[in-house]
Design a binder for this molecule. Structure first.
Ligand SMILES: NC(=O)c1ccc[n+]([C@@H]2O[C@H](COP(=O)([O-])OP(=O)(O)OC[C@H]3O[C@@H](n4cnc5c(N)ncnc54)[C@H](OP(=O)(O)O)[C@@H]3O)[C@@H](O)[C@H]2O)c1
Length: 358
């Protein structure tokens, strides 16, 4: 079998094989939706222990009609690209099997996002194969695009971290912030962040109508955000009554005067050539600032800002679909870059309007 590396740049071989491990979950289902429609991937395998031998449509009703059945993850086919959408801790246990099965592994969990074993000791429950951390490339393609081509192990950035970083990083890159200022982030998230298992806190009756702080301090995504920004961030998350979406509001206090023009320059410089980031800052209409509903089901992110001169404050907003730009879409985008495909392949569609709670 030709490897992904062999095929990269070979215009006659436009289709690579792919598998999804953890395909019965929420992000796994989104990966399947994207990969089944992707011009350069053919899905060879979708794993689930619970649903082995059942059709993927029996779990993901939007995929009824897809000619694919779940198989056991203990029996991995050889493919070009393997996408792992398993709970935290599984990929680090199984990375050798994943790398044996595929030339390119894209992991959606947090298992390879941080750089050092010490960070896993601090933020998670340690790491069982820290020797892989050097090799892994953190994927938030807007910021790590240059490191992705040819990467063998890709760690897709976390949903809350992605939402937060898209709003904040341009301010650091443009010098609006230099790293000494206080940064306060509040993220509202939908119930699908908890995965298909969900648990009691995400059951419909308990979740309905809530605006519930669930990680007021010490959220694990703080580690990714701080690593990327190089400064400390005060982060709080709320569980709210939506299925999809992460909406980040960041409050920052520059230590020098900043104009609205400075902010437009910072964000335009960061995103004017980005295919998946839309600037939404004021303007007219009902949706004047980033809105999860407007990007639901898509790989788009909306980023916006407002200046509060009286308080010497800048407020940065960003909205994503946690299952798309926050995970499956981000993973496919990263794979496109890593494997030399068109960056937007398989991801070029808009969401719906009007739409109910996403
Ligand atoms: N949900 C989000 O918004 C989001 C966003 C960004 C990143 N992520 C990350 O993406 C990963 C998946 O999240 P999710 O929300 O899709 O979770 P999920 O809905 O709970 O799905 C987990 C999947 O993993 C499989 N699985 C569980 N244990 C396994 C094991 N030991 N070996 C092989 N397969 C196993 C499950 O199927 P079987 O048990 O049937 O095998 C299921 O298909 C997590 O690491 C999560 O942190 C999630």
């Amino acid at each position: 079998m030709a490897t992904a590396t062999d095929r990269r740049g070979d215009e006659s071989a436009e289709t690579l094989t792919a598998s999804v491990v953890g395909a019965s979950g929420f992000t796994g289902g989104e990966l399947l939706r994207l990969l089944v429609g992707h011009p350069n991937f053919e899905v060879e395998q979708a794993t689930s222990r619970e649903y082995a031998n059942k059709t993927v449509g029996s779990v993901h009703p939007n995929l009824r009609g897809a000619d694919l059945r779940f198989s056991d993850p203990g029996d991995l086919d050889s493919v070009d690209a393997l996408f792992a959408a398993t709970p935290h801790g599984v990929s680090m246990q199984q990375i050798d099997a994943f790398e044996d099965a595929a030339d390119t592994v894209v992991d959606l969990s947090a298992d390879f996002r941080l750089d050092t074993e010490a960070e896993y000791d601090e933020w998670y429950d340690g790491h069982v194969c820290p020797e892989y951390l050097d090799e892994a490339v953190y994927a938030l393609p807007e910021f790590t695009r240059e490191e992705l081509p040819g990467a063998d192990l890709i760690a897709a950035g976390g949903c809350n971290a992605t939402a937060t970083l898209l709003g904040l990083k341009p301010l650091f890159d443009a010098g609006v912030l230099d790293g000494d200022e206080q940064v306060v982030v509040d993220v509202k998230v939908g119930s699908s962040e908890g995965g298909a298992g969900g648990g009691k806190a995400s059951s419909h009756a308990e979740r309905s109508g809530v605006v519930r702080p669930y990680a007021p301090t010490g959220h694990r995504h703080e580690a990714e955000i701080e690593a990327m920004l190089g400064t400390s961030v005060s982060f709080t998350a709320h569980a709210v009554d939506m299925v999809r979406g992460a909406s980040a509001t960041s409050h920052v206090f520059p230590d020098h005067p900043v104009s609205k023009g400075d902010l437009w320059t910072a964000y335009r410089d960061a995103y004017e050539d980005e295919p998946f980031v839309r600037l939404v800052a004021g303007g007219s209409g009902v949706y004047r600032y980033p809105e999860p509903k407007a990007v639901a089901g898509t790989n788009h992110a909306e980023v916006g800002f407002e200046l509060d001169p009286g308080n010497e404050r800048v407020v940065a907003f960003s909205a994503i679909d946690n299952l798309m730009k926050g995970s499956a879409g981000q993973a496919v985008h990263a794979a496109n870059v890593a494997l030399g495909f068109e960056e937007t392949a398989g991801l070029e569609f808009s969401g719906l309007h009007p739409v109910g709670s996403p």
